[in-house]
Design a protein around this ligand. Structure first.
Ligand code: HEM
Length: 163
């Protein structure tokens, strides 16, 4: 089903963009440098993939409203809508970044990035034992955080070695 497929492609692309700065700082070769340079276009690809998720949801709701609304919970819809606002903001910011950086926009970006990571992680880690694909996606979510934080962890270790 397109709703699930687009959520899965979105998860893979988002988690790649999320891990990219950390992977680049590990200097694993040309691939990791490429990833670091292209984190923004990869995020835009996630934006497109998640737009497909939205289109699939609208199609499902219009063609089969009975099955669509049967399991829909209002809090989940509100949370999803808020995340879409973050995604829209973050995609627009990719284009506006060259015009200058704003501290508040960076902060919104950071919150959005964390909430998106949390949404995918909760969705897939919870179901990690129910199938190989869910297991892979859950693992990818956890690994992406470790990779993202790798430079900070290395920095903290260096600092503690010096002391
Ligand atoms: C108002 C907005 C949204 C609505 C109404 C919505 C609705 C849905 C529905 C109905 C499903 C299919 C559930 C199933 O049959 O298993 C689904 C799957 C999913 N959605 Fe969304 N969604 C929204 C936004 C989002 C956002 C913003 C994210 C992530 C940041 C997201 C991530 C997912 C994930 C991870 C799945 C599970 C796919 C799988 O089983 O592999 N959704 N969504």
């Amino acid at each position: 089903m397109l709703v699930r497929a687009s959520a899965r492609s979105s998860a893979i692309i988002f988690l790649t963009a999320f891990a990219a700065p950390g992977v680049a700082s590990l200097r694993w070769g040309m691939g990791s440098a490429w990833l670091g340079r292209n984190a923004s276009p990869i995020f835009l690809a996630f934006g497109f993939s998640h737009f497909v998720h939205l289109v699939a949801l609208v199609l499902w709701a219009s063609l089969f409203p009975g099955s669509f609304f049967a399991n829909l919970r209002l809090p989940a819809v509100i949370a999803g809508a808020v995340l879409y606002l973050f995604i829209g903001f973050m995609c627009i910011r990719v284009f506006l970044k060259p015009l200058g950086r704003r501290e508040w926009a960076e902060a919104v970006d950071g919150v959005g990035r964390f909430l998106l990571w949390l949404a995918f992680t909760l969705a897939y880690v919870r179901r990690a034992l129910s199938g190989a694909l869910y297991g892979f996606l859950g693992l990818l979510a956890v690994a992406s955080l470790a990779l993202r934080l790798a430079p900070r962890l290395a920095h903290a270790k260096q600092a503690s070695d010096v002391v």
